[in-house]
Design a binder for this molecule. Structure first.
Ligand SMILES: NC(=O)C1=CN([C@@H]2O[C@H](COP(=O)(O)OP(=O)(O)OC[C@H]3O[C@@H](n4cnc5c(N)ncnc54)[C@H](O)[C@@H]3O)[C@@H](O)[C@H]2O)[C@@H](O)CC1
Ligand SMILES: Nc1ncnc2c1ncn2[C@@H]1O[C@H](COP(=O)(O)OP(=O)(O)OP(=O)(O)O)[C@@H](O)[C@H]1O
Ligand SMILES: [Mg+2]
Length: 303
């Protein structure tokens, strides 16, 4: 039943994605239209010739006593968008709660264990992308473990999406991610301000979002930054893209979590597709960023 539901959702997702890109004109710039056509190219075709896991094995690092919803939203979004397997690495206490939300998730109760880094490292060779931060909380023991997990992931060249409390950690220790081109940071308004205060020496004109995002990305060594808001603004320190496609008018908690989980899959698809599918246009992980804000609202209806 569950597998059937995921399969149907994945098929519907992909069909909707393809239709969205061919029918709806993006609001702002021609640059965006071209980009969306390239994004369309990275969505893998559904075929009987693949084996389980090929379209995405995504790991979510987060989930503690207070927050069990955020990692669930991220992990289930990865599946609904089209990943094959979704793992959650959370605290011992959070694990039974997250497991009980969905049998589709693989839940590892390791994040507060003294062997957390080793435990996650064991899984890294089997993961395509790691999403770090949804529902992580700010407990020092957990943050120390996440530092080790980030170092291990970078050493293995695993793409990393950093969101929520993962961004809190980066604001304290920007060197953890500096210059890692396979990192994507997804700050909301508050998180963006905190990061900018931490790494930018001079104040940026707050009304010029494009320049503010470009400067933050540059200051972090050209990692990709996507600033969420009424318009999502994203930059790799050189190029800047904006997505103003209309989404939900509700501002309830969890929408950013959907986005980070969806990005986990799309970054994998983009890197896997390679530069020939994306015309070598900017870095592949940068290219996929316009998609999730268009996606997250219909993902909501499947979660
Ligand atoms: N059901 C759950 O388990 C949820 C858990 N969450 C977790 O809660 C923790 C804290 O996340 P927060 O997002 O609260 O992060 P912060 O504690 O850094 O707060 C960010 C603040 O910025 C404010 N803000 C956002 N957009 C704004 C705007 N345009 N103008 C002015 N203020 C704005 C928010 O209201 C919030 O107070 C994270 O671990 C997160 O993952 C959230 O993801 C929501 C859902
Ligand atoms: N004012 C807004 N108008 C329209 N869309 C918005 C607005 N603010 C954010 N969004 C969209 O909502 C999504 C989530 O952004 P948001 O700022 O709510 O993240 P968040 O605070 O991290 O969420 P979460 O509660 O999951 O932590 C983004 O895709 C963004 O495009
Ligand atoms: Mg958030």
């Amino acid at each position: 039943m569950a597998v059937g539901r995921v399969w149907v959702a994945a098929r519907v997702c992909r069909r909707v994605l393809r239709r969205a890109f061919s029918l709806h004109k993006p609001h702002s710039i021609t640059e965006m239209e071209n980009t969306l056509q390239l994004v369309r190219n990275i969505i893998p075709p559904l075929t009987t010739k693949k084996h389980k896991g090929q379209d995405g094995r995504i790991g979510i690092v987060g989930g503690c006593q207070e927050y069990t919803g955020a990692p669930y939203f991220a992990a289930i979004s990865a599946l609904k968008v089209g990943a094959d397997l979704s793992h959650v690495f959370c605290t011992r206490e959070a694990a039974p709660v997250i497991k009980s939300y969905s049998p589709e998730l693989i839940v590892h109760p390791v994040l507060d264990s003294p062997s957390a880094v080793r435990d996650v490292e064991t899984w890294l060779p089997r993961l395509h992308t790691l999403v770090v931060g949804p529902g992580l909380g700010r407990d020092n023991v957990l943050l120390e473990n996440v530092k080790g997990i980030l170092e291990a992931s970078k050493a293995r060249d695993v793409p990393i999406i950093i969101d929520a409390d993962g961004l809190w950690l980066i604001a304290q220790h920007p060197a953890l991610i500096h210059g890692y081109r396979k990192a994507v940071l997804t700050p909301n308004h508050g998180e963006f301000t905190r990061l900018s205060d931490a790494v930018l020496r001079d104040l940026v004109d707050g009304s010029d979002h494009r320049e503010a995002v470009r400067r933050l990305s540059q200051a972090l060594g050209n990692v990709t930054v996507v600033r969420k808001g009424e318009r999502d603004v994203m930059s790799d320190g050189e190029h800047v893209l904006e997505c103003a496609h209309e989404g939900s008018s509700r501002r309830c908690g969890g929408q950013g979590d959907l986005l980070s989980g969806a990005l986990g899959v799309l970054v994998h698809w983009a890197l896997h597709a390679g530069p020939e599918k994306t015309n070598g246009y900017v870095t592949s992980s940068f290219l996929v960023l316009p998609v999730p804000s268009r996606v997250s609202h219909f993902v909501c209806s499947y979660v």
